[in-house]
Design a protein around this ligand. Structure first.
Ligand SMILES: [Zn+2]
Length: 490
């Protein structure tokens, strides 16, 4: 029976490859959600559970293991297909009202699992707004050395509202000619697009992704603060139970597997012009995708998967998003006011080193599939894998956040060759010239951006990167060119 299940799952997954809805890539949702929830005092299991619900909002918008009707419900949480300012405004008002109502219902019912789903879906939708709209084009950076922290919810009640008249989002999928809901696309609708075209800012390889990502960070903070306020109004004490949620009775292991699934399935998805949706293209692997996802799909689903797959929370959250109901007043949300700065890791080039430590011709077999794990402050950022390349330009960009009062931040860089379904078995590459040391451990001084530790000096721009590589007797070895920058949010 199990084998038969796996066989059918595999068939279903093959058809999944036929239609996938790209959102902000899964990695952006994943990293932003962790960064913001950790800053709001969330414990490990509740962060993971909300990351998983956030990802499943995308996954079940497309999965053929799910009925068409249920997919159409989740399809509405990506902020696509809003062609006029009036439609954008209506959607926001309905979304925030629905999120408030469902938060307070979950709190009154003392229903932790529903609250985790509400938060995962709500954060997903709000993050997607900055990725799928022309918000970043309407709010350009005022200079190269800072980011803007102006969000939709902090603007909508103010005099700046006049600036928003041209605000809209892209049509998805490109071939759509009706709906969702009451809105039919105009003939000249802007398209969501793909890696190379369209309105989207879904990943690091798209123009202005970094700005969309920073706006989404600010907006996620606002939404989590609003969730807290709404929950406390309905049932004091409920919120701290969400923050300290622990997955019990074997669900912790399943939750870890779901987190791996969110990364692996997104990383390896390969079909119809898609070559990975974790952090841009080039990471797709049909072989790994099939092997991993057929197992995950046919396995016994966790309570976190069932909560969104079998649940009804999302039905209530869709109320009038694409409808023609009356415009509701938006519940007031405290504007983002934290003093933060980015801490950015930019890899300019990553290449395998030959035996003498220099790049050179190497045998053709066993081409490596490089990826890196970058730990900035307390958070690990898992890059995309670049499949089958010994020498790659601009492979990775990761953005973390720090308080403006912080003096310095530790950064750890590890490089790997992906060659297993289980990352724990992947081979690490030596990028540190010291004997016996493989990784790089640095400290970034946030006042002057000078690095200390395994790299010393100022390397804060594309025109002035550092270059460092492994050395004998450690092996295998690689060379990393990168720079590390930081800019305040204003
Ligand atoms: Zn999405």
């Amino acid at each position: 029976m199990k084998i038969l299940n796996q066989f059918f799952s595999t068939l279903l997954l093959l058809s999944l490859l036929a239609g996938v809805c790209p959102a902000f890539d899964t990695g952006s949702h994943h990293d932003l959600t962790r960064a913001v929830l950790a800053e709001h005092g969330f414990d490990e299991d509740s962060i993971k559970a909300i990351q998983v619900e956030n990802w499943l909002t995308d996954y079940y918008s497309n999965s053929p293991t799910y009925s068409m009707h249920r997919r159409e419900v989740l399809e509405q949480f990506h902020f696509d297909n809003l062609y006029t300012y009036a439609q954008v405004e209506h959607y926001w008002a309905a979304l925030i009202n629905n999120l408030k109502n469902e938060t307070q219902k979950a709190a009154r019912d003392d229903d932790v699992m529903s609250m985790l789903v509400v938060m995962g879906i709500g954060l997903h939708a709000v993050q997607d707004f900055y990725s799928h709209s022309n918000w970043v084009e309407i709010h350009p950076k005022t200079g190269p050395d800072s980011y803007r922290a102006t969000t939709y919810l902090s603007t909508v009640d103010s005099s700046q509202r006049d600036l928003l008249k041209g605000l809209h989002t892209g049509k998805y999928p490109d071939g759509r000619n009706s709906g969702p809901g009451a809105y039919d696309p105009p003939a000249d609708a802007d398209l969501h697009g793909d890696y190379d075209t369209g309105m989207n800012h879904d990943s690091q390889i798209r123009p202005r992704w970094a700005e969309a990502y920073v706006f989404a960070y600010c907006a996620s903070h606002e939404l989590v603060s609003a969730f807290e306020k709404w929950a406390n109004e309905a049932r004091p004490g409920f919120w701290s139970g969400i923050q300290t949620f622990v997955a019990e009775n074997g669900q912790g292991k399943k939750l870890d597997l779901d987190v791996r699934a969110s990364r692996n399935i997104s990383m390896w998805l390969k079909a119809k012009g898609l070559d990975g949706t974790w952090k841009g293209g080039r990471s797709g692997s049909t072989r790994f995708f099939m092997a991993f996802s057929s197992k995950w799909v046919s396995g016994d689903s966790s309570v976190f998967v069932r909560a969104i797959r079998d649940g009804k929370v999302q039905d209530a959250l869709t109320k009038d998003l694409y409808g023609v109901g009356e415009d509701l007043p938006v519940p007031s949300v405290e504007p983002f006011s934290l003093r933060r700065r980015t801490v950015e890791f930019h890899a300019a080039r990553f290449m395998e080193a030959n035996k003498s430590g220099l790049v050179g011709k190497l045998p053709k077999f066993g081409t490596p599939d490089f990826y890196a794990r970058i730990t900035i402050g307390g958070q690990e950022y898992w890059t995309r894998t670049i499949q089958r390349s010994r020498d790659v330009e601009d492979p990775w960009t990761e953005i973390a956040f720090a308080d403006q009062e912080t003096n310095s931040v530790p950064i750890r860089i590890e490089a790997y060759d992906e060659d297993s379904l289980d990352a724990e078995k992947d081979q690490k590459y030596d990028i540190n010239p010291l004997v016996g040391e493989l990784d790089l451990n640095l400290t970034l001084d946030l006042a002057d951006l000078i690095l200390s530790g395994d790299i010393k000096g100022l390397f804060d721009s594309a025109s002035h990167p550092f270059s460092i590589g492994g050395a004998k007797p450690d092996s295998p070895r690689a060379i990393l060119n990168a720079w590390i920058s930081s800019a305040p949010l204003k």
